[in-house]
Ligand binder design. Structure first.
Ligand SMILES: Nc1ncnc2c1ncn2[C@@H]1O[C@H](COP(=O)(O)OP(=O)(O)O)[C@@H](O)[C@H]1O
Ligand SMILES: [Mg+2]
Length: 247
């Protein structure tokens, strides 16, 4: 039988992921068996009550932490097979990060922060392309500013410009709007939506149903397990589901 696959390529595959944190006060099973495929070019929001394992899931999906059992595949490459150096190279080549704490380098200008991942990957950062990325987040005039001289929202937009410029296959965002006012938060979400519409894969952790409503799919976590998915949910539907989970 010949089959023509119309399924989109998988950007990130989580296969039976568990993660147990071991500490003196006992073990914590933060993830208890998560299997999920993030298709290329889609925007997924990960939601769940506090402590449900969202940040752990994101860290593992991005290769920043290793699972206790199970495997992660990114762009067809099994992370398990990579040593630290290769993993870092893969991360630089394929991923960007937007975190609540903007993780910019304070000593560098906005321009140099945007250019950094491309330079670290050993490529030349084209001046016009860096400025275009800053322009898309409305910060072209601030190219010489350093993060301590910018507002939280501006710093977050620099982090997004950095992702726009690096054009990663996958963008991971953990509570990217957590520290922003509503209008700035909306700008950031619109940019993330646009990235996915241009074929990049976006995985975003959030506890905000309005933020999650920008995603194609919402993945619900509870107690270290995936307990549901919602496609194209609006903020009200997503909020209702969250209320159920928090009961
Ligand atoms: N480094 C750690 N050591 C021990 N326990 C941890 C650590 N990080 C997270 N945990 C625990 O793992 C569980 C999941 O945490 P986390 O992934 O941060 O959840 P969420 O992001 O959904 O709030 C929680 O019970 C948390 O206390
Ligand atoms: Mg968290």
């Amino acid at each position: 039988m010949t089959t023509t696959s119309t399924a989109p390529a998988a950007a990130v595959v989580l296969d039976g992921i568990t993660r147990t944190y071991r500490s003196r006060s006992g073990n914590v099973d933060a993830l208890r068996g998560v299997t999920h495929v993030f298709p290329a070019g889609t925007f997924t929001a990960v939601m769940g009550p506090s402590g449900s394992g969202k940040s752990t899931l994101m860290q593992i999906a991005a290769g920043l932490d290793r699972p206790t059992t199970g495997g992660v595949t990114i762009a067809g490459i099994a992370l398990k097979s990579l040593d630290k150096t290769r993993l870092t190279k893969l991360r630089r080549a394929t991923m960007s990060f937007v975190f609540q704490q903007y993780n910019l380098l304070d000593a560098l200008t906005a321009f140099d922060n945007v250019a950094l991942p491309v330079r670290l990957a050993g490529r030349r950062a084209d001046r016009a392309a860096v400025l275009e990325a800053l322009d898309r987040v409305g910060l072209r005039d601030l190219e010489r500013r350093r993060p301590p001289e910018m507002s939280g929202g501006q710093q977050q937009r620099v982090a997004i410009a950095r992702a726009l410029h690096a054009r990663p296959a996958v963008l991971f965002a953990d509570e990217p709007t957590g520290a922003l006012d509503r209008a700035t938060g909306r700008d950031v979400l619109t940019l993330l939506r646009a990235l996915a519409d241009h074929g990049q894969t976006v995985v975003m952790v959030t506890h905000d149903p309005l933020a999650a409503s920008y995603a194609d799919t919402v993945l619900f976590l509870a107690d270290g397990l995936v307990v549901g998915q919602m496609r194209r949910g609006d903020a009200t539907q997503i909020a209702a589901r969250m209320t159920e989970l928090e009961r």
